[in-house]
Design a binder for this molecule. Structure first.
Ligand code: V47
Length: 364
């Protein structure tokens, strides 16, 4: 039976949205809210899978990468974060350039993508980051250096009393290729005020990404969901990101991040169900029609849920990762890293074709 020609979507009151998806037409804010309100996650998933298949066939991408967190000391103190430490608090750390290089050297495979992020440390100046980037770039000239969220970029600019454009320009000269998508959380000011009042605002986050695109850098986007935000605030977040992409065209991949609750100061009444996670990933695919890739980030989702996400609109499985702290401090029960063959087996196991990529999503 062809689901799309049956009355399945009519019965779900989604016939008009199905028609738009079939015609490759942009969905509205109201469509996004209705998709979230649909009581049948499988119907939303089928629409997202249709779109994902049109864009990528049965391919599921992965990258040989290595995450490095240079510090957990952070001045922002976001209430959801289990990773942050105050300066001087036990468990706080700062890596040296040699520590970073040693971690990369110890990775089982030479990385094609190096993902470096950390807390907003009160005293690490831009020279520290230029030094690390130059050293990593010299040692791994072919790897894409995907480093520092827009929140960190804003913090470096503040510490150095220079513009974010100058920070980006200097880091690009040192080898930066991309900004990861972190720090976006939920754009709605009301939510940010409660979750992360000291962090860069939504407008600053978006402006820094657009500035990065203007300088020829690619970036990713994220959304942290399943805490205190409403469905309308999720849709608002996705629409604002879509508008940003219409302006500057530099977002490569979007990563929906389900909130993990362990060791967090944020108490929530209704933790996410697995189906809600999948439905949210599907709505992200359907609304973000101008962002090529949706990531099933196995670290936060867990590997089995990440496999399911490949049938709910996601097409990227992130990568080998090797060591991850932000999600694991918050209770992620996934492994620290996966091998290339584990990634390929998992992707094949759910009927997709594994495709190894580089940091810019070029197939290798
Ligand atoms: O910005 C923090 C989130 C993000 C929790 O660009 C939490 O390719 C869930 O952005 N539960 C960092 N999430 C991770 C990130 C990322 C990861 C992988 C790939 C890419 C990419 C980006 O993690 C933070 C925040 O939104 N986060 N605490 C938590 N308790």
């Amino acid at each position: 039976m062809n689901l799309f020609k049956s009355d399945y979507f009519d019965n779900m009151d989604l016939a008009d949205i199905r028609d738009k998806v079939e015609a490759n037409e942009r969905l509205s804010f109201e469509d996004g809210v209705r998709l979230f309100q649909c009581p049948e996650p499988l119907a939303v998933g089928a629409l997202a899978h249709r779109m994902r298949t049109r864009m990528h066939g049965d391919k599921a991408f992965y990258v040989v990468n290595r995450h490095v967190n240079y510090t957990n000391v952070c001045v922002n103190g976001c209430v959801f974060c289990a990773y942050q430490r105050e300066e001087g608090q036990s468990g706080g750390f700062v890596l040296t350039r040699e520590d970073v290089l040693a971690k990369l050297e110890a990775a089982p495979l030479p990385p094609r993508e190096v993902h470096i992020v950390g807390g907003c440390h009160p005293r690490l100046g831009l020279a520290y980051f230029e030094d690390i980037l130059s050293a990593v770039h010299e040692r791994y000239p072919d790897a894409v250096l995907k480093c520092f969220t827009a929140v960190e970029i804003a913090h470096f600019a503040h510490l150095e009393n220079i513009s974010t454009r100058e920070v980006l320009t200097r880091l690009k000269s040192a080898g930066l290729g991309m900004l990861p998508g972190g720090g976006a959380e939920i754009f709605a000011p009301k939510v940010r005020e409660q979750l992360c009042p000291r962090k860069a605002t939504a407008d600053e986050w978006l402006a820094i990404h657009e500035q990065a695109h203007g300088l020829g850098l690619k970036t990713n986007g994220t959304m942290l969901f399943g805490h205190i935000e409403t469905i309308e605030e999720r849709v608002d977040h996705l629409v604002r990101l879509r508008e940003s992409q219409d302006r500057s065209h530099g977002y490569t991949c979007f990563i929906p991040l389900p909130f993990l609750t362990e060791n967090s100061r944020l108490a929530i009444d209704n933790p996410l169900t697995g189906l809600e996670e999948l439905k949210t990933i599907a709505v992200c695919r359907l609304l973000l029609d101008n962002i090529p890739h949706i990531k099933a980030y196995w670290v936060m989702l867990g590997v089995k849920q990440a496999q399911a996400a490949l049938k709910f609109g996601a097409d990227d499985f992130d990568g080998t990762v090797v060591e991850e702290k932000i999600g694991h401090e918050a209770g992620a029960d996934s492994q620290q890293g996966l091998s290339r063959s584990e990634l390929e087996d998992m992707i094949r196991g759910c009927g997709c074709t594994p495709v190894e990529r580089d940091g810019f999503f070029n197939e290798v």
